[in-house]
Design a protein. Sequence first.
Length: 715
Amino acid sequence: MTTTDDRPTSTTVRAACPQDCPDTCAMLVTVDGDGKATSVVGDPDHPYTNGGLCVKVNNYLDRVYDPGRVLFPMRRTGPKGSGRFERITWDDAVTEIATRFKAIADEHGPEAIMPVSYLGTQGILNGLNVGDPFFAKLGATVAERTYCDSGSCTAYAMTIGDTAGVDPESLVHSTFILVWACNIMSTNLHLWPYIAKAKKNGAKVVVVDPIRTRTAAAADQHIAIRPGTDGALALAMAHVIIAEGLTDDDYIANHTVGYDEFAERVSRYTPEWAETETGVPADTIRTLAREYAGAQPSVIRIGVAVERHAGGGQTVRALSCLPGLVGAWRKPGGGILQLPLWAFPVNWGAFMHPEMLTPGTRVINQYRLGAALAGDLPAGPPIKGLMVYNSNPVVTTPDQDRLIKGLESEDLFTVVSEQFMTDTAEYADIVLPATTQLEQDDIMFSWGHLYVTYNHQSIEPLGEAVPNTEMFRRLAAAMGFDDPVFQRTDEEMIAEAFDWSHPHMEGITVESLKEQGWQRLNVAPPEAYAPHAEGNFPTPSGKAEFVSAAAAGGNFVVPLFRQGSNDHQPGQPVDPLPHYIPPRESAAADPELAARYPLNLLTPKSHAFLNSSFASHEFHRRVANEHTLIVHPDDAAARGITEGSPVRVFNDRGEFTVVASLQDTVPLGVVVSPMGGWRKNSKAGATLAAVNPTVFGDLGNAPTFSDTLVEVETA
């Protein structure tokens, strides 16, 4: 459509949702003749997006044009945390940052500077690894990023290798769908139509979750398991399958290794034993195992929450063994669905540049940021410089009280790149304005489906906001870093994003993606996608490994793109067979602690927030029922707690105050408070991060957020 002066009244731009979500939706952005975006919708032609966006991004324009956007560089003028800043120029900002970083490095050494980042945006250019070369060149402390799936990825790869496993679109062909620790309707919405179609075709859908979530309520069966005991249930299922002869012996003989040892190991994990651990009746466990083994192809969809306890890695080891036991891999729609991202030949090295790291550089996991700022460091100088981007650690990192105290220190120089004045940005010395997805180019892999997606810049950046790529180009120039990696344009970086010669990229080019917006990887279509029908696992043996060669040899690490180290020392073997590790905080493990704090706190993903993103917007807070604690009515009655009353949630680590919501969707002894709400919007200046532990799980330095005991009382 054109006007009389031939100016277009509107254009449609192909874009991609930037959020840290498995759905990675293809979007269509309408831009008017004045260059303003007027609508953002899901692409109706994209098979997975299918024209729909979730509640988080349906009103994405409200985020882009929010009057609360940070649009100019700012310098703090008041006390840290006061939110008092003045506008400065970009030249002043980068000059001050470079001057302060150089001074810190000269006085204390470069390891006194630490970056903090994660997946505030998921693009290959502007996401997880955008700052890695800069901080490697600087010699800064390496910030280990293991917020989610690091333990799961480690365990999964130890068992069946770095395989995409199951195409989520092929779930329409599944006859038994076991959803484990995943609230699909809130965190993986676009997968549900495939499950619903399979269900309509006769598939049974079972959800294993302590909470009766939206997904559990829509399933055929909900198995309410005791938090942190998932490994016991998985091992007991294996016990039943083997003991009752429900195995696929041909598949085991030809495409697995270590079956005899695995069978011996699980012989001890009886349904009766598992009942005492999990609270799931032994007969229910037997029925679940029989139905899972007997209805082929069967599939297990695991969520991030499955790793968030002491034995999360071993739980994923056990779950990854189950498809090999029953031959679920033989047909499309059978196997285990974890992260299809393994299918994408992303050129991680071109963005991380690990060769720039100085050998022996100190590594600090971001979970322990509070301890690090308090001086509780493994070695090296105190942290004197901090740069935060793509992250809001005040909300997402445990040990909140010590973290805040550290951020308040006048001896700490803090830089935050942000779209909004988050809880963390309030403590910055310099705040830099970051673009939204509509204001930048990027290219996307997905950890939930098999499509590459191109994000075209739709509008000019508002104010003086810049993409992360440009921010680090400016900082590198101010620091005097002239390596070619810091001179690359976004276009050049996009050209490096993938190994374009990989078979999965056949027929896919930068040009074709720009034109079409998205393309499916060159793999079999969903109705034929069964890559392990004849084995061919990317493991040392080429088979599914009940006995893991990687574990026996000590050859397993956190995936490369996470950047960091593993708590496991390479070369030191661990038990190569799956086994059960109970929760650390429980009545069985610590009766004295459980007597003081008898309630198990779970902190799942919110329906309307993406971690802490969107938690500043009134609409999303209203949808999410922010700052609530779901309490079973009987637990509430025992404590004199009534619906809507303020309650104090506390343990030895800290406390926070929320409003009680009495529901029988949680079992007795379990309370639930979804994560993501901002501290500045809380009732008592604290969020659930104040009570979460900083102790790692068994593999991959995974978090143990579900290993949290608390008590609750009226506030």
